[in-house]
Design a binder for this molecule. Structure first.
Ligand SMILES: [Zn+2]
Length: 330
């Protein structure tokens, strides 16, 4: 029943953060400084109108009660800023620059569901970076925290977690970080595992664990050392304990056989079928483009234009990150 424990703990965490609202209100939630091109001004206003209290879970998890300003840039599809993100990402953060970029023409998909979730998630990345004093936080920890700060867990999270754990390889968490640089299906698996592992740690060590680890990192300890001094347990053992406790069918049976889960699975299958169909269509378009490029091969490229790397496959595993790009998370 540890899955249930972890889930209840995660929900309790969000609930606790909400209850702490009155106490935290004396400090200052992050102030969003929103910029947008004129045609997207209405969307920018929606962002400005978000309730500042929505950032309390991120503040509580990171222990950052005066996080300062966060620059939010609304970017048009096709702009240089939008092109930095994979085509499936609706937003990303450049934590070192205290910046969040939103691409409103893209539709939020799991793990976010709507504008407030997206903004809370991305702002949490900026807060995590600041709470750790700019030190490198493992991506799975960063994403697990951002997902917990973005919204309460829902059934789809459990199903995706079950799928990732029961059907995927027993990955080291450093390997999970690598999956984020892959295509959409890899990234979804990485989000599911990050959330599961983060939730498991909070269930084992209490809701103050994330901010304790981040504070020690800000004081100069690398992540694994900060984890050990915050918990008394080496991080390596935690990872092994997670896989041992998670890989049992009895653990997931009550969740995956519930009526709600069956309906969610049907919806997910339908969405998957639509995505595959779209992927095939895009693959056809890519083939046509490739044929066109071959026909134009004799003509030189315009100087300064980036070389197009936009091949896609039916599973939607496009947008693999190019090496050398500035660090961003989504
Ligand atoms: Zn993220």
């Amino acid at each position: 029943m540890e899955a249930l424990t972890a889930r209840i703990a995660a929900r309790f965490l969000i609930g606790t953060a909400a209850l702490l609202g009155a106490a935290v209100a004396v400090s200052a939630p992050p102030r969003l400084v929103v910029e947008s091109p004129a045609p997207l001004a209405a969307y920018a206003r929606e962002v400005e109108r978000l309730d500042p209290l929505a950032f309390l879970p991120a503040m509580e998890l990171t222990g950052l009660f005066e996080p300062g300003d966060v620059r939010v840039v609304v970017a048009a599809e096709g702009s240089a800023l939008a092109r930095r993100a994979p085509s499936w990402a609706v937003a990303y953060a450049v934590p070192a620059e205290g910046t969040v970029v939103l691409i409103p023409t893209r539709t939020p998909a799991w793990p976010d569901d709507g504008l407030p979730d997206v903004v809370r998630h991305e702002v949490a990345h900026v807060l995590t970076f600041r709470a750790a004093g700019g030190r490198h936080v493992p991506r799975w920890f960063d994403e697990g925290l951002a997902m917990a700060a973005g919204r309460p867990r829902v059934l789809e999270d459990d199903l995706r977690e079950a799928l990732a754990i029961l059907t995927g390889p027993r990955l080291r968490f450093a390997d999970v970080d690598g999956l984020f640089g892959g295509g959409r299906s890899d990234a979804n698996r990485a989000y599911a595992l990050s959330s599961a592992f983060f939730g498991d740690l909070v269930a084992r060590h209490g809701s103050a664990l994330p901010k304790r680890v981040l504070r020690r990192m800000a004081e100069g300890e690398p992540f694994e050392e900060a984890f050990r001094s915050a918990t008394g347990v080496p991080f390596r053992d935690e990872s092994a304990g997670f896989w041992r406790s998670r890989r049992s069918v009895e653990r997931w049976l009550p969740i995956v056989t519930s009526t709600a889960a069956v309906w969610t699975a049907i919806v997910l299958l339908t969405l998957w079928a639509v995505r595959v169909a779209r992927g095939r269509k895009r693959a056809r378009l890519a083939e046509w483009e490739a044929a066109e490029r071959t026909a134009l091969q004799e003509q030189p490229l315009e100087p300064g234009l980036p070389k197009d790397a936009g091949d896609v496959d039916a599973e939607g595993d496009e947008d693999r990150k190019e090496p050398g790009e500035p660090p961003l998370v989504h």
